[in-house]
Design a protein around this ligand. Structure first.
Ligand code: TMP
Length: 207
């Protein structure tokens, strides 16, 4: 009995796992904030795994390539995002959380709700499908920026051929992110220096 207790104690991780996700439209500085938060939490002695979606795995790579080589049908695209995420959850996210690490992601299924939502799928249905295989995060930071600033940060200029199309798409994605109201969602003003944004985020991370 005593031996069993000792083994259980030794086997337990020193820290509770933490699953943190950054979301927001393009140009809001998510990847910078993933890096800054990882540094801060590593300095606290945590094991931190950072990753992004789409991933660098075979499905994610196909999705990224399709942005240049011609867009897939909306159904094919949705299926690939789901296959990519299933692999991500099984091979990286769940094992890291199980050993008590912090996992920080640049995009997760809230992006599928937004970006495939605007291609005609119901965001609520996308969420239902994802929740069958993808664990809910502990914290989601939605970086918020007005459309003009986001468009200029991603290099889209007023009057350019695709300016209207991009503006319309980002506005619709913004609306899906704005509709999320779970307790774990936190909205962060991204129209500040990266350090100020980081400071606002760190205040929301439990010690
Ligand atoms: P990023 O690497 O700049 O974040 O670009 C990834 C692109 O993929 C971005 O335009 C959003 C898009 N995306 C989706 O359409 N659906 C998804 O589920 C995810 C994770 C990303």
């Amino acid at each position: 009995m005593r031996g069993l207790q000792v083994r259980v104690l030794l086997g337990a991780p020193n820290f509770h796992s933490m699953f943190i996700v950054f979301e927001g439209i393009d140009g809001t500085g998510k990847s910078t904030q993933v890096g800054l938060l990882a540094e801060t939490l590593r300095a606290r002695g945590r094991e931190v795994i950072t990753s992004k979606e789409p991933t660098d795995g075979p499905h994610g790579t196909r999705l990224r390539q399709s942005a240049e080589t011609g867009r897939l049908s909306s159904q094919e695209e949705l299926d690939l995002f789901h296959r990519d995420r299933k692999e991500h959850v099984e091979t990286l996210i769940k094992p890291a959380l199980a050993r008590g690490a912090v996992v920080i992601l640049d995009r997760y299924f809230f992006s599928t709700m937004a970006y495939q939502g605007i291609r005609g799928f119901d965001p609520a249905e996308i969420r239902r499908i994802n929740e069958e295989f993808a664990p809910l995060p502990d914290l989601v930071f939605i970086l918020e920026l007005d459309l003009d600033t986001a468009l200029s940060r991603i290099g889209v200029r007023d009057g350019q051929a695709n300016e209207f199309e991009q503006r319309d798409a980002l506005q619709k994605c913004h609306d899906v992110f704005a509709s999320l109201d779970d307790d774990f969602i936190h909205r962060i003003d991204a129209d500040q220096t990266p350090e100020e944004v980081h400071e606002a985020i760190v205040k929301l991370i439990p010690e």
